[in-house]
Design a binder for this molecule. Structure first.
Ligand code: 5GP
Ligand code: ZN
Length: 146
């Protein structure tokens, strides 16, 4: 499956409007497939968003080639963000769907520079599976991947 030619952005999508130059963005990187710009509401200095220029809403709805091209840029952009902000590490995350906190329905990867002990994310609510539950869930997921 090849990437469909990108013509005009998705109506009403603010990130497509940035790609088209219709609304401003503080760009840090751009090529034919990808745009990276500073998040207007950062959770740390240098918080960057990396988007495919071709509109898709989520990881699973994205053309695999577009997803591959976007993902392939993450390392280089993250390295630059870390170097520029003197960060000790970074999170790469993508919210997919409103339940996961996605507000802008154009696929994007957050690159969030981190300092040791910064307490940016104070919660990681992990827990233990009940007996047998882990295998049950894995069986269900595998059945959808057949
Ligand atoms: P989400 O919650 O969808 O994963 O993240 C959307 C991100 O887009 C938020 O972090 C928000 O601050 C950022 N954002 C929303 N509108 C704009 C905008 O107009 N310009 C920029 N640079 N970032 C935006
Ligand atoms: Zn869009």
């Amino acid at each position: 499956m090849g990437a469909a030619p990108r013509e005009k952005g998705m109506d009403g999508c603010i990130f497509c409007k940035m790609v088209e130059g219709e609304i401003p963005a503080t760009k840090v990187y751009e090529d034919k497939a990808v745009l990276a710009f500073l998040d207007i509401g950062p959770i740390s200095d240098g918080h960057t968003l990396v988007i495919p220029k071709q509109h898709c809403a989520t990881v699973h709805e994205c053309d695999p080639q577009v997803l591959a091209e976007t993902s392939a840029r993450l390392g280089r952009i993250a390295e630059a963000v870390v170097a520029a902000t003197d960060a000790d590490g970074y999170n790469v995350l993508s919210n997919n769907g409103a339940a996961a906190g996605q507000v802008v329905a154009h696929l994007h990867f957050h690159i969030i520079p981190r300092k040791m002990g910064d307490r940016v994310f104070t919660q990681w609510p992990s827990y233990k599976y009940k007996k047998g539950q882990m295998e049950d869930i894995a069986v269900r997921i595998r059945s959808h991947l057949k």
